[in-house]
Write a protein that binds this ligand. Structure first.
Ligand SMILES: NC(=O)C1=CN([C@@H]2O[C@H](COP(=O)(O)OP(=O)(O)OC[C@H]3O[C@@H](n4cnc5c(N)ncnc54)[C@H](OP(=O)(O)O)[C@@H]3O)[C@@H](O)[C@H]2O)C=CC1
Ligand SMILES: O=C(O)CCC(=O)C(=O)O
Length: 444
């Protein structure tokens, strides 16, 4: 058994029932192999073993009361995976399916993503199995307050800086921040990012992940002499990332015709109507099925796969493992040119292999969706300097960061004999940075 395989087996056995974490580790071990072969010093001093073991993981009880006065109990998590490059940084996910394994895989991905931003960010992720669907504003607030009652002991601008993810937007961040302030008696704005600008949030953080994913996709196409102009796009999800990806695709001349939620997908050949989508999914908290009540010419396919609709570019922006092998084969058959992962690990390993072997430009989440955490890093700067950035300044910086990440991935892939392979390029470039910092800090 070679070392990578033995290490993988060891990690899988040590972290039972965490298949998503195993998957994320396997992808990294495979992708960085060319770098380890060139420079064995990179894996000396148990570097890989240390990298795959979280520095700290917290699991706690969250008790709150619902509107009927019933006592509810949820589980909270925060995995502080790596402080090699800076304070732990990463979002919080509130979703009924969240487990320790989910949070651990997300925190592990975050190590590499955050390294690519070049902003000096460590990595963490957290969340809860709390299901926000159908909960009132008061219930959301009470849950957030109960969650922060434990979490506040572990976070701070120099320690660990949470933000949003699935089920956590600026409303939840506001309630979490309010409770942090109340418990600590400190207006430490840099403790959380993704805040409303009234609480010290940076403009363009809501847009950043979706916009950044499209900037990355645009750069991948440009590197191949192609563009988004007049290209049909399919997007999965209809939340924060998907909505802003659709808006930016539109702005850059593409025609996004599909979006989805966990109930099914909408196909609107004239292009997704942003006003309707905003009203349904961003301002309101309705189901996507209602889209066709506003746009009768569109089609809603309950339980359908968005990847069935032919398109030149595909952006999975909902959740992990949402794009499998059958979907990848369909995308290839329909001559897809680029796939950019707005979500974290949305393509299964089999799907990734099919797309890469077919020569499709694939932007892995740790590179393509890094714009969100990058702008969070800018929000930390803004807060530390007690400054106020404008939307345009933030967006300009975001574009530069995404262009740099794209160049880094491309040149690293080229240097390691896998030209055009963004998955390898992203993992190797990030790993080299993190390994160098870990090496410099000694055996910790
Ligand atoms: N927010 C951010 O800044 C960043 C987010 N990401 C990643 O982007 C993805 C989307 O996050 P975000 O837009 O913030 O989250 P939101 O909560 O705003 O939206 C999530 C969307 O995904 C759909 N979805 C969630 N779970 C499932 C599922 N099991 N099957 C099908 N659809 C599902 C939701 O549908 P429904 O409403 O029906 O549940 C909703 O449309 C996640 O993978 C997240 O980790 C990555 C980088 C940064
Ligand atoms: O903005 C952040 O800190 C993290 C965003 C996030 O959770 C992610 O990149 O997946």
């Amino acid at each position: 058994m070679d070392h990578d395989h033995a290490l993988y087996e060891h990690i899988a056995a040590k972290n039972p029932a965490e298949p998503e974490f195993h998957q994320a580790v396997a992808e990294v071990l495979e992708a960085i192999r060319p770098a380890l072969d060139r420079d064995p010093a990179l894996s000396a001093a148990a570097m890989l073993e240390r990298l795959c073991e979280p520095e700290r993981q917290l699991m706690f009880r969250v008790v709150w009361t619902d509107d009927a006065g019933r006592v509810q109990v949820n589980r909270g998590f925060r995995v502080e995976f790596s402080s090699a490059l800076g304070p732990y940084k990463g979002g919080l996910r509130f979703h009924r399916d969240v487990t320790l394994g989910t949070v651990k895989f997300l925190a592990f991905e975050q190590i590499f993503k955050n390294a690519l931003t070049g902003l000096g960010l460590g990595a963490g992720k957290g969340g809860s199995d709390f299901d926000p669907a159908g909960r009132s504003d008061g219930e959301i607030m009470r849950f957030c307050q109960a969650f922060m009652t434990e979490l506040h002991r572990h976070i701070g601008p120099e320690t660990d800086v949470p933000a949003g993810d699935i089920g956590v937007g600026s409303r939840e961040i506001g309630y979490l921040f309010g409770q942090y302030k109340r418990l600590t008696n400190r207006y430490a704005a840099g403790t959380l990012t993704g805040k409303d600008p009234l609480l010290g949030g940076i403009p363009a953080r809501p847009e950043a992940t979706g916009y950044g994913t499209v900037y990355f996709l645009d750069a991948m196409l440009a590197a191949r002499g192609e563009s988004l102009e007049d290209r049909t796009a399919v997007v999965s999800g209809s939340g924060n990332v998907a909505f802003h990806a659709i808006a930016k695709l539109r702005a850059l001349g593409a025609n996004p015709v599909v979006c989805s939620d966990s109930g099914g997908y909408v196909h609107d050949p004239r292009g997704i109507d942003l006003d309707v989508l905003h009203e349904l999914k961003v301002a309101g908290r309705s189901r996507l099925a209602e889209y066709v009540n506003h746009v009768p010419s569109a089609r809603y396919v309950p339980g359908g796969s968005p990847w069935d609709v032919p398109a030149a570019v595909a952006l999975p922006c909902a959740t992990q493992n949402e794009l499998g092998e059958q979907a990848a084969l369909r995308l290839v058959k329909n001559d897809v040119r680029g796939v950019a992962e707005g979500a974290n690990m949305p393509c299964t390993p089999g799907a990734l292999q099919i797309l890469r072997e077919a020569g499709v430009a694939v932007g892995p989440g740790k590179a393509a969706n890094a714009g969100g955490v990058a702008v969070s890093g800018l929000e930390m700067r803004q807060n530390a300097a007690r400054d106020r950035w404008t939307f345009d300044r933030t967006d300009q910086q975001l574009q530069e960061i995404m262009a740099d990440i794209h160049t880094t991935c491309l040149s690293t892939a080229e240097e390691h004999g896998v030209p055009g392979d963004y998955v390898s390029g992203a993992n190797i470039a990030a790993f080299r940075t993190v390994a160098a910092a870990m090496d410099a800090a000694g055996y910790v």
